[in-house]
Design a binder for this molecule. Sequence first.
Ligand code: PAF
Length: 271
Amino acid sequence: MKIFKSKHKLKEEISNIKNISFVPTMGGLHKGHMSLIKKSQNFKGKTLVSIFVNPKQFNEKKDFLNYPRNLKKDLRILKHLNVDLIYLPGLKDIFSFQVKNKIFLDKFSKKLCGRSRKYHFKGVLNIVNRFLELIKPKYIFLLLKDFQQSYLIRRHIVKRKIKTKVINCKTIREKNGIACSTRNNNLNKNQLKIASNVIKYLKNKKKLIKKKLPNFKFINIKKDLINLGVKKIDYIEFYNSRTLKRPKSKREKFKIFIAFYLNKTRLIDNI
Ligand code: PAF
């Protein structure tokens, strides 16, 4: 396992590597990240994992500072997984060069998380675009838990004709049903229980929503979620995950997208 803190050294190292499978992370590695890494290792070439908590994608400084970090543990996990290359840039290393590609923000960025986290996706695409220009990976591996993020990264890649393929990986869940997420580290036992009940509740409700299409309204569901112990619901909406339109017929496949708060921790999921 080789660790790089400088983009110049990293570029030197990878200049002769043909196929790079890239797994971008903000650390706080969990089973979801591990599944991405394991999947990437089934592809030909080398796996490169980055760890960088990107300040530009946080709306509030407090949220950025509270984001769970544990580099020592992360490096232990990466070593155990036999990852080839690790990139741990500092702020200056990653933001100090001129990029070639302008960020393309698809209009889907205005929905869901884009409504309450104004500069979030611009910040995500800024950093991902930088990584793609430096590393030029053959593949980038992303979790479907962050469906909107993954969609927007793919749209940017396609629009800017970047030669990297997005590989989406299914959401990995804990035994209690909640999606693996670095932010789960900020939850106490009671909050984990509430989060688990929310996911179980929504899984059950999906059938009812299907029956009531196309006129389903989330009013009662929102009330029930507050009764389960959710502090605030940022959004709960449903979209056909292929067309990104509201489902109209009972035959359409759709996903419920939710962002909610348990005390100060904001969780997202799609079911
Ligand atoms: O999903 C994440 O962890 C981040 O948004 C990403 C893609 C690493 C960019 O900072």
